[in-house]
Design a protein around this ligand. Structure first.
Ligand code: KIV
Length: 290
């Protein structure tokens, strides 16, 4: 059956119906295929790929070239989900023109929208992208591209003043044309305040239930993240690390014990041809030995 593609209008209608949006990161074809089959509404080709897929220490190290490889794979898989390309560090910060150029590269490979980190300070970037016909999502709260100024991966919006500042940032992003806002790692009441300040959907990651949808990093819920960062908000739905390591150990043991490959893993051949090839091989071995 043909899939109906999720659009920004679908997302606005889901907000009106108070239907939570299911939002996941995906960076590769198989993961995006399985998430799409599971009816995820949105897929984020996040710059978290730096850490989840490439083993970098932070998201600051990934560039547009690497992001586009991941984005192309996800777009090939997503029949239904709306795909958001995450603008990496220094792809939009330098100027409005850089933001439009790099956002356009995501759109050209098939993404439906882009995301960038920051509030009022990047409002002109969001305006420029929106004016260029590109759907842009803002990202507030814990913004990993700013771990320097933030002093690390720290929960944000923990005071009334900080929560109000985030709400103001959300308003500025909405005024600039953002179709949605993502808020990361803030207390639930702060996320609720931000959501009440704007009409566009507000999605949360580690920001409690009072939002229009939940984003998770697929490696976190699948148990395949290699690293020490274990945020409080992560719930594991699988243990792929164990599943994969066990599979590799079992394979290694069977190769070493000659249990694999077994006859059922061999290609069949006509017995007459097989016997002719064997004779040829034995004759060659005999000639070599003499
Ligand atoms: O890159 C990403 O996956 C993100 C989330 C952490 C919000 O931006």
């Amino acid at each position: 059956m043909a899939q109906t593609k999720v659009t920004v209008r679908t997302l606005a209608a889901m907000k009106d119906r108070r239907e939570p949006v299911v939002f996941l990161t995906a960076y590769d074809y198989p993961t995006a295929t399985f998430a799409d089959r599971a009816a995820a509404d949105m897929l984020l080709v996040g710059d978290s790929a730096a850490m989840t897929m490439l083993g970098y220490a932070t998201t600051l190290e990934i560039g547009m070239g690497e992001m586009l490889v991941f984005a192309k794979a996800v777009c090939r898989a997503a029949k239904r989900a709306l795909v958001v390309g995450d603008l990496p560090f220094l792809s939009y910060q330098p100027s409005d023109a850089a933001a439009v150029r790099n956002a356009g590269r995501f759109i050209k490979v098939g993404c439906d929208a882009v995301k960038c980190e920051g509030g009022a300070r990047i409002a002109s970037r969001v305006r420029a992208m929106t004016d260029a016909g590109i759907a842009a999502m803002g990202h507030l709260g814990l913004t990993p591209q700013s771990i320097g100024p933030l002093g690390g991966y720290r929960v944000q919006g923990k005071s009334l003043a900080a929560a109000e500042a985030l709400a103001q940032d959300a308003v500025r992003l909405e005024e600039a044309g953002a179709f949605a806002i993502l808020i990361e790692a803030v207390p639930a009441e702060t996320a609720a305040l931000v959501r009440s300040a704007v009409r566009v959907p507000v999605y949360g990651i580690g920001s409690g239930p009072h939002v229009d949808g939940q984003l998770v990093i697929s490696h976190d819920i699948l148990g395949s993240f290699v690293g020490d960062i274990k945020p409080r908000f992560v719930k594991r739905y699988a243990h792929l690390d164990r599943v994969m390591e066990d599979a590799f150990r079992n394979y290694a043991a069977e190769v070493r014990s000659h249990a694999f490959p077994a006859p059922e893993h061999e290609y069949p051949i006509d017995p007459i041809q097989e016997s002719a090839i064997r004779k040829q091989r034995l004759a060659a071995a005999t000639r070599e030995a003499s």
